[in-house]
Each structure stands twice: as C-alpha cells, then as structure tokens.
Unconditional design. Structure first.
Length: 318
C-alpha cells in the first residue's frame, strides 16, 4: 500500500492562502476565531514574520503516528528551528527521526547549506529560495490545521505576553457539526474528503496587533481512508517564539558547490553537487512514502545520493 507519511501536512500542493504575492500579508485580527483566518495567520511567510515580530527565534516539534491496521504503526518526529535577526540573517534547522534533515544559514545573497551530517557549502541564493526553505519550517502548523479546518472550533481565551509581544490567546476544540468536505479534483488529494476527527485540543497565541503566531499547540486524532483502508493518525505539534539578541553569523568552515531545484513525481528536490564528494538530493515536499521506489531521497525530508551513469555525480545542470 502506498502510504502518505504526512497525511496531515501537505506542503507545496496546498493553497498559498493569498499570502504568496510578494506584498506584506495582512491578517484580520478581528476574525481570528474564524478557522480560515487562523490558518492564514499561521501561514505568514518568513518575510512577513520578520516585519511583524522583528528579531526572533521560532522552535517547533511535530510528531505524527499512523496506525495502519494489523498492529502496524509508523511514526515520524520532526524538529524545526528558525532564527531571524531582523537584518536579513536567517539560520534554519530541520531534522527528523529518520536521520535526515538540513541546516541553512542565509546572509545577504549568500546561502550556506548542509545535510544533517554533512559539511556546509556556500553558494548564491536563488530567487525566492530562502522563503521556500523557511516555509518548510514556519507553516507546518498551518498545514496541520488546514487538513481538519472544517472540524475546528476556535474560541478567544484572554490575553497574554510572549517574547515581549502582547498576544491574544485562542483555544481549539472539535466542532459538534463540521462543515461538508470540499471536493478534491486531484486524485492524489481525494483522501482528504474522507477525514473524520476523533478529538482536537490546542491553544494558539497570536500577536494582538499583527496576528503573527507567537505560540502554537495542536493535538488531534483523526482518521482517513487510504487505498480503501482506514488509517488512524495521532498528531502532536508545539511551536514557541523567543526574542533573539545576537546576529546570525556564517558557519566557521564551508566549501563551494553548485545547486539547483528539480520537480520529480510531484516532489520538489534541492540538488547539491559538492566538488570531490558527490551529488545529493533533499526531498522538500511534506508528503512522501514510507518505502519509495526511487531510493532514500524519494520521501518526506530525506537526503539521497544521486549519480548519472558512469559518473560520481548527477549530470543534470552540474
């Protein structure tokens, strides 16, 4: 059975919720108890978060357990960390329990990036590459909540202060009467119409002025039908924000490389060619398979080594 590792967290294929047009996004803070507006707030881009929060650090953990029947289970744990110094410097780390991940540092138009257990390499940033890297970490909560948005009841629960920002606290629970599911036209997304929710529990603190997320906790259990078989998912997500005093600095040692992006089977890959070492591809999509037919790089958050015939590296654009 082909199994989606992150059945609750689609990424590149999801809507951009009107936040990806390059202009600073505005969240309607008067509508934060509406699930669609809450999803918009959790979907703010890194550029928008920097403008609304200034220098800050975001840390998040996510755990997804799938019960597949016949007492079979699959679990994926992930951690995300983003430091933005308010002057264009960004340090991002993404790791998961499968031994994969990446670390990146952006300074001006330079990008230093490495696999989890590799060495930093330096190259020039391309177009909106930094925003796409940050989206992997900073919109995970939005992707989770979007899946069962029609089941969510959001209530205001007072005010609080997080990292020096006055915030509005919201609580999350399951609605007694969810809305009807939206019709999915893409075959690979039809399973979303089968979502049912057992429980939702959580709380979110958003900046009172801008709607930027300051803390998030989402716990939920839901079920889907995949390839005609029921799958139960248990999700736990937690995100915190703290003030950041120090500027982001370049890593101590690095080398140079060539890099490019390719789309394969609907997955977006960052492909890095490291001189004298080889070519490695990282699957940046938030959906994947537990066992894929295309090697270790074909799946959520995995690095894999690529090579062309009779070459130590991958020939494409190298």
């Amino acid at each position: 059975m082909t199994l989606l590792l992150l059945c609750g967290c689609s990424h590149r294929g999801d809507e951009n919720l009107g936040l990806g047009n390059g202009a600073e996004a505005a969240v309607d803070v008067a509508r934060l108890t509406q699930p669609d507006e809450l999803v918009r707030a959790l979907s703010l881009s890194g550029h928008d978060l920097d403008g609304k929060l200034g220098a800050h650090r975001m840390d998040a953990t996510e755990s997804l357990k799938l019960e597949l029947g016949d007492q079979k289970t699959a679990t994926l744990d992930q951690t995300f960390a983003v430091q933005a110094d308010g002057h264009g410097g960004v340090h991002l780390v993404h790791d998961n329990s499968r031994g994969n991940g990446f670390e990146a540092v952006a300074l001006a138009d330079d990008l230093y990036v490495k696999p989890r257990y590799g060495k930093f390499v330096r190259r020039k940033l391309e177009s909106d590459e930094l925003e796409r890297l940050r989206t992997t970490a900073e919109t995970a909560a939005a992707s989770d909540l979007k899946l069962f948005e029609r089941f969510v009841q959001v209530r205001e629960a007072g005010t609080t202060t997080v990292a020096g920002h006055a915030g509005v606290k919201l609580t999350l629970s399951a609605r007694s009467k969810p809305d009807a599911p939206a019709a999915e036209t893409e075959p690979g997304r039809k399973w979303r119409e089968t979502v049912t929710v057992r429980y939702i529990d959580g709380d979110v603190v958003l900046d009172a002025k801008s709607g930027a997320p300051l803390s998030v906790r989402i716990e939920a259990q839901y079920a889907i039908v995949l390839d005609g078989k029921p799958v139960q998912a248990t999700l736990a997500y937690k995100q915190t924000t703290a003030a950041l005093a120090a500027a982001v600095a370049a890593p101590a040692d690095w080398t140079t490389l060539s890099a490019f992006v390719v789309i394969f089977e609907g997955h977006e890959f960052y492909v890095l060619n490291i001189p004298g070492i080889g070519t490695y591809a990282y699957d940046c999509s938030r959906t994947g398979t537990i066992e894929g037919a295309y090697g270790g790089s074909y799946g959520l958050g995995q690095w894999g080594e690529w090579a062309s015939f009779n070459r130590a590296s991958f020939r494409g654009r190298v």
